[in-house]
Write a protein that binds this ligand. Sequence first.
Ligand code: NAD
Ligand code: GLY
Length: 367
Amino acid sequence: MAAPTSPAPQQVRIALGERSYDIRIGAGVLADPASWAGLPPAAAALIVSNTTVAPLYAQRLRAALAGHYRSVFEVVLPDGEVHKDWSTLNLIFDALLSHGCDRKTVLFALGGGVVGDMTGFAAASYMRGVPFVQVPTTLLAQVDSSVGGKTAINHPLGKNMIGAFYQPERVVCDLETLATLPARELSAGLAEVIKYGPIFDLAFFEWIEANIAPLLQRNPQALAHAVRRSCEIKAEVVGQDEREAGLRAILNFGHTFGHAIEAGLGYGEWLHGEAVGCGMVMGLQLSRRLGLVDEAFVQRVTTLIARAGLPIVGPDLGADRYLELMRVDKKAEAGQIRFVVIERPGQAAVRGASDEIVRQVLADCTR
Ligand code: NAD
Ligand code: GLY
């Protein structure tokens, strides 16, 4: 059988008035000069990456940027969610200042969501704001975190608690970089792909169900479609509600429970996507207990999450600890936890729930 061929590059537009930008998606787009044309002019660029991704792809990006900037500097951060903090963020400012970077300097975030979120936050605050470009190299970052302008670092008391809304100039998703991604990270990215189905697009959910095997085998056409459709949905939601006044909160399906798992176990113990996958199972069970969806739909989505290689049973932190952690969630109002629930397949909303129901869900879903 012939090897699967790579589809041509595609573009998705994020329409946000003067902050609009394109997401360029394709195999090999990192080395394509068209990916870098038309960015804001500057004397210098700073590539921000980490100890895992820089050895794999920094040279390729450096070569692509060489014709555009007089100087291309690089800062290599320690790898891992546990380093998404002030001291690591400061390494980016150290690099910018020690190289004498001015306020036109363009930052390039080369890596997964951790590098992307930190680079975006650094760009938002260095000299009160410099341009930045997202070059996501994980599936999770290509389908979610690089798009939409949420930037942040963690605080020991809560995930992504310190940050800013700050949009990139462009997003460049090179599907070839997914070839080196560990299988566990690919599954983590699939959690955020699956998320778009129950909250927004049932037809896409059905497509994922039918294509989960090719996705796990990294079939180029399947990955290209998953990244493109995910970005289109995110573009539609963010275009309507950039700063999460309402609709955008649905993108946090599974995240209230998931963030509690991540913070409760210690950042990095479970991957973000794993916690979101399991958090979606909890969110579905909550939706069922609130009388919104039936058991058959809960089982259908749970089955797909498991087939993607994700955990569907949460760690037993104790219900009190879960509730304590979830009260720090950004959606909480006056200490009242608010959850993204599935109102009907393909449509989500944000709701409160009594502690008693949440305890029942946790009893169902943790061990
Ligand atoms: P990550 O950034 O930690 O990357 C996962 C691992 O894969 C890391 O070890 C990384 O070095 C490695 N890696 C990256 N690209 C690789 C490649 N091509 N080949 C081999 N290894 C590679 O994790 P992630 O899952 O990409 O992102 C999770 C983070 O994103 C979390 O901090 C989460 O809070 C954040 N997030 C943000 C948003 C947002 O809207 N800003 C949305 C979702 C998630
Ligand atoms: N990942 C959730 C959001 O971007 O809003």
